[in-house]
Design a protein around this ligand. Structure first.
Ligand code: BG6
Length: 483
């Protein structure tokens, strides 16, 4: 049997996409709470979806309603978590990835003492998970820095944010390590370049015309914070494990023309730069050259590079949804992926959102990452966004979702057979939730259907899709029966 004994099967969520209750329990607003649903924007144009301006933020702050701000309501996991955990337990989950909303613990990010009501929510959540034998895998920072830090400091561009974050991380480790052994620092830290506001609270207008400089400086601060957090975690719970989390955007050359191959190599190196820093504990020389050539000057304080060396991660986790191709031909046809626009691969089908479905690319990614890092890997996001139809009798038939997962699991098996150490797999997402990029509910990922539309209408009733029983069987047989 390919999947090792104790393989951690489960699902992944992010607080800002599920919890709702954005202004309950003492929670303060995060950048996700002002993310606007833009129904008139083409779903394939992620850049327009994630674009923010000071005016759009101010407009959102003035509007206390949640209709156009779906992350304020999520799927109301805050009040439904017991019911949802019971469904995950019914599927046999061994692990559930969740994130902690920073602003539930520190509403503005600047407080010196945490909000006890926020802590209680997560304690209750972890207690319930323990009762159901579901291991938590917890992301500290998943697209929801405090809005106050974005407005006041331009987010992570300001070094003081490291200190605020460490206050939050210390509270998480001190209060939650009795339940939590597996931690992730920053969700898709690489996405800072693609959507700086979501990932680091950076408001482009506050960057003095040099957004890239802001992004790399903020990234340096996140690397330092990640290293500090990894070191602190071991002091508080020596057997706990810290992972990095990156978007695996595996790219193939569109043709074997050497220029296409060279451009592709650059793309793949760019993509692995982030995990390189957190695994090897140092900046790659070639990246530093590239930044210098672009006129980007990093403020690196004394001691930072030592911290990066000491605070390396124990394992490498990543999201994988699709692959891309690259070409130097400016006329090559393009297609969107996970917040990227790449060259279309004529051999692959695409989802309705344009993301190219490529199970073999997952095997390639696993082998590439394991060969490069020699650290255990964890797939912490993988899945397909689709529109589901509820039949008159309430059933939901989603063979496309089963096909997607089955074909990816088969490639995981091959990678494991080839020698890759894979700790576990958490699907994105086991239950329908609000899309990170488009703020839609109708882009559904779950094995569990949630009765809510894009405008927030619906009963929030949870229903099992066909894929629910299929995944349950896969877990029960540890991947031996995928039919
Ligand atoms: C990942 C993010 O990049 O992609 C998730 O970590 C996100 O937060 C997922 O939900 C799928 O993207 P989307 O835009 O379809 O929600």
């Amino acid at each position: 049997m390919s999947f090792p004994e104790g393989f951690l099967w489960g699902g992944a969520l992010a607080a800002n996409q599920v919890e709702g209750a954005w202004n309950e329990g003492g929670k303060g607003p995060s950048v996700a709470d002002v993310a606007t649903y833009k129904p008139k924007t083409d779903v394939k144009d992620y850049a327009k979806h994630v674009h923010v301006s000071l005016d759009s933020i101010k407009e959102a702050i003035a509007d206390q309603d949640d209709t156009m701000y779906p992350k304020r309501r999520g799927i109301d996991f805050y009040h439904h978590y017991k019911e949802d955990l019971a469904l995950f337990a019914e599927m046999g989950f061994k692990v559930l990835r969740v994130s902690i909303a920073w602003t539930r613990l520190y509403p503005t990010g600047e407080e010196t003492e945490p909000n006890e009501e926020g802590i209680r929510f997560y304690e209750d959540l972890f207690r319930e998970m323990k009762r159901l034998n579901i291991e938590p895998l917890v992301t500290l920072h998943h697209y929801e820095p405090p809005l106050n830090l974005a407005m006041k400091y331009n987010g992570w561009t300001d070094r003081r944010v490291i200190e605020y974050f460490m206050r939050f991380a210390t509270t998480c480790f001190e209060r939650f390590t009795p339940w939590v052994k597996y931690w992730l620092n920053f969700n898709e830290v690489d996405s800072i370049i693609r959507h700086p506001y979501t990932t680091a609270g950076i408001i482009p207008e506050l960057c003095d015309g040099n957004e890239l400089q802001c992004c790399y400086q903020a990234l340096h601060h996140q690397f330092v914070a990640a290293a500090k957090a990894a070191i602190l975690l071991k002091e508080i719970r020596p057997d706990a494990l810290m992972g990095c989390m990156v978007t695996k955007l595996t790219t193939y050359p569109r043709t074997c023309a050497p220029d296409d191959v060279a451009a592709t190599q650059q793309k793949n190196l760019d993509n692995m730069f982030y995990s390189d820093v957190m695994v090897f504990g140092e900046y790659p020389r070639m990246k530093m050259k590239e930044l210098a050539a672009k006129g980007i000057v990093l403020q690196i304080e004394e001691g930072d590079l030592d911290l990066l060396k000491k605070g390396v991660v124990d394992f490498v986790s990543f999201s994988y949804y699709m692959s891309m191709t690259e070409s130097v031909d400016p006329n090559a046809e393009r297609t969107p992926g996970n917040t990227v626009l790449g060259v279309k691969n004529p051999y692959l089908p695409s989802s309705e959102w344009g993301w190219q479905v490529d199970p073999v690319g997952l095997r390639i990614s696993l082998i590439e990452l394991y060969d490069r890092y020699r650290k255990p890997l964890f797939i912490v996001e993988n899945g397909i966004g689709s529109r589901d139809v509820v039949e008159e009798d309430g059933s939901i038939h989603d063979p496309y979702r089963i096909d997607y997962f089955r074909s990816h699991f088969r490639e995981m098996e091959k990678a494991i057979d080839a020698g890759v150490e894979l700790m576990g797999y958490t699907s994105w997402a086991p239950i329908d939730l609000v899309s990170a990029s488009t703020n839609q509910m109708s882009k559904r990922y779950g094995f569990i259907y949630v009765d809510q539309d894009d405008m927030g209408n619906g009963t929030l009733k949870r229903s099992r899709k066909d894929s629910f029983n299929w995944y349950k069987k896969v877990i029960a047989t540890n991947g031996a029966d995928m039919d």
